[in-house]
Write a protein that binds this ligand. Structure first.
Ligand code: MGP
Length: 376
C-alpha cells in the first residue's frame, strides 16, 4: 500500500525504544492504546440515545476522569466495549443539548465525521479543531506511506483518514480523554487496529526519538516516513485575536472569511510554529502542516530558508569536489542523488475548501510536494 517502505520492523518496538530513552516519561505515562478491528455494529439513533443516557445514569461524568465502574454497552455496541468512551463527553443528538458557543460546530457535525450519528464523540477542543473528513481524506491521500506520525491527534479525524492510506499510524496526544475519544471514533470507523495511540507530548517524543541511538543508526534511521502537524492554533478565536496577528500585517479586503489580519506562527501552541516544524524535520523532511487560512505565507516560506541557504553552500562544495576528483559511475550516481537532495526545496500550499468556504491551508514539505517526490 505504501509509496515508500521504511526500515521499521515493528512499531511497538520502535515506540518502546523511544520511551526507553525518555527521561521525561515515567512508566505508565506512555500507555499505548492499540486496538483491534472487530468491525462496527450499526445502531439506530434512538438506540444510541438510549445507550448514551443509560450510560449517563450509571457512570460518573467528567472530562478528565475515565469511568471506573463496570461498563454497560455504550455507543459502540457489544463487542467493542473496551474501546467505548461513551460517558466521557456528552453525545449530542439535538441542537437544544449543545452549548451555544458550540452550535456552529454541531451544525457541521456530518462534515467532521460522516458517521457522527452512529456515535462519534468530540470534546470541546475536538469540536472546534477537528479536520473535516473530506479534507482529512485528501491530506491522507497526499501523505500515503508506511509510517505516518500524527503529532496532535485530537479526537482522531486525521488518524482515521491516515489509517486508510498508510500501513501504520502513530497518533500522539497529551490528553488521555482525547486519546480515548480518538480510539472510540477509530473503532467506529473500523480502523482502530491500524493506529497506535500514545499518550505523549510531541516535543519530548520527537526530541527523544531524534537523540536515540537507534534513530541515529544509518541502517535503521528511517523510522517515520511522514509527520502531520495539526497543532492548537490558540483557540477558536484565532482569526481575530490581536495577539495572534503578525505585527504590521495587512488587511485582506473583500471576503469576511479572509478579513482578519495575518496569523503568525508564533501563536501556535505549545511552542512557536517555527520550532515545531524544525523539530519535526529532525525526524523526516516529509511534513504536512495544517495551518489557519490567514497564516502568513511569508513565515511559511521562511521555514525553508535556512535549509535552502545551507543547500547552496553545500552545492559549492560539491562543485569543487567534482572538479578535483575522478569519478566512477557509482560515485557519479550517488553524487547525482545527493545533488538532487540539495536542490532548492519548495513548499506546496493546498487550500482546503468546503463548499464556498476556505477552511484551512495544508503546507506540504519534502517529498510530499508535487514534482519533489525524489526527496521522499
Ligand atoms: P473555524 O474557522 O474556527 O470554524 O475552523 P468554521 O466554522 O469552520 O469556519 P467559520 O469561517 O464559519 O468560522 C475552520 C477549520 O479550521 C476547522 O474545521 C478545523 O479543521 C480547523 N481548526 C480550527 N481551529 C481553531 C484549529 C486549531 O486550533 N487547531 C487545528 N489544528 N485546526 C483548527
Amino acid at each position: 500500500m505504501g509509496r515508500k517502505h521504511s526500515a521499521i520492523s515493528g512499531l511497538s518496538r520502535f515506540v518502546s525504544e523511544v520511551f526507553e530513552t525518555s527521561e521525561s516519561q515515567k512508566p505508565g505515562q506512555s500507555a499505548a492504546l492499540a486496538t483491534s478491528d472487530s468491525g462496527v455494529s450499526s445502531a439506530t439513533t434512538s438506540n444510541l440515545e438510549r445507550r448514551a443516557s443509560e450510560w449517563e445514569e450509571g457512570e460518573p461524568q467528567g472530562l478528565e476522569a475515565r469511568p471506573t465502574k463496570k461498563r454497560k454497552t455504550g455507543l459502540l455496541g457489544s463487542g467493542l466495549e473496551k474501546y467505548d468512551a461513551t460517558g466521557l463527553v456528552p453525545f449530542y443528538t439535538h441542537p437544544s443539548q449543545i452549548p451555544s458557543h458550540l452550535q456552529k460546530y454541531y451544525s457541521q457535525r456530518e462534515r467532521y465525521f460522516s458517521r457522527y450519528s452512529s456515535g462519534c464523540l468530540l470534546d470541546e477542543e475536538g469540536w472546534y479543531s477537528v479536520t473535516p473528513e473530506r479534507v482529512a481524506n485528501q491530506i491522507a491521500e497526499r501523505c500515503r506511506c508506511d509510517v505516518v506520525l500524527d503529532a496532535f491527534c485530537g479526537v482522531g479525524g486525521n488518524a482515521i483518514a491516515f489509517a486508510k492510506t498508510c500501513e501504520r499510524v502513530i497518533a500522539l496526544d497529551t490528553s488521555p480523554v482525547r486519546l480515548a475519544l480518538a480510539r472510540h471514533n477509530a473503532a467506529l470507523y473500523g480502523v482502530a487496529d491500524r493506529i497506535e495511540f500514545i499518550l505523549a507530548d510531541f516535543i519530548s517524543f520527537a526530541q527523544n526519538l531524534a537523540e536515540s541511538p537507534a534513530f541515529q543508526d544509518p541502517l535503521r534511521s528511517r523510522k517515520v516516513d511522514v509527520i502531520f502537524l495539526s497543532p492548537p492554533w490558540g483557540g477558536p478565536s484565532y482569526l481575530t485575536d490581536r495577539q495572534n496577528q503578525e505585527v504590521g500585517a495587512t488587511q485582506h479586503a473583500d471576503d469576511s472569511a479572509q478579513s482578519a489580519s495575518e496569523y503568525s506562527l508564533a501563536s501556535i501552541r505549545p511552542i512557536h510554529g517555527k520550532m515545531l516544524f524544525k523539530l519535526a524535520r529532525r525526524l523526516t523532511r516529509n511534513v504536512a502542516y495544517y495551518l489557519p487560512r490567514n497564516v502568513s505565507l511569508e513565515e511559511v516560506a521562511a521555514l525553508l530558508e535556512q535549509n535552502n541557504e545551507s543547500g547552496g553552500e553545500e552545492m559549492e562544495t560539491e562543485a569543487e569536489r567534482c572538479r578535483s576528483e575522478p569519478t566512477s559511475r557509482k560515485a557519479r550516481k550517488q553524487r547525482g542523488k545527493e545533488k538532487a537532495d540539495r536542490e532548492v526545496e519548495m513548499v506546496e500550499v493546498e487550500e482546503e475548501w468546503m463548499g464556498q468556504k476556505l477552511k484551512a491551508l495544508t503546507c506540504y514539505f519534502g517529498g510530499l510536494v508535487a514534482d519533489q517526490q525524489h526527496l521522499f
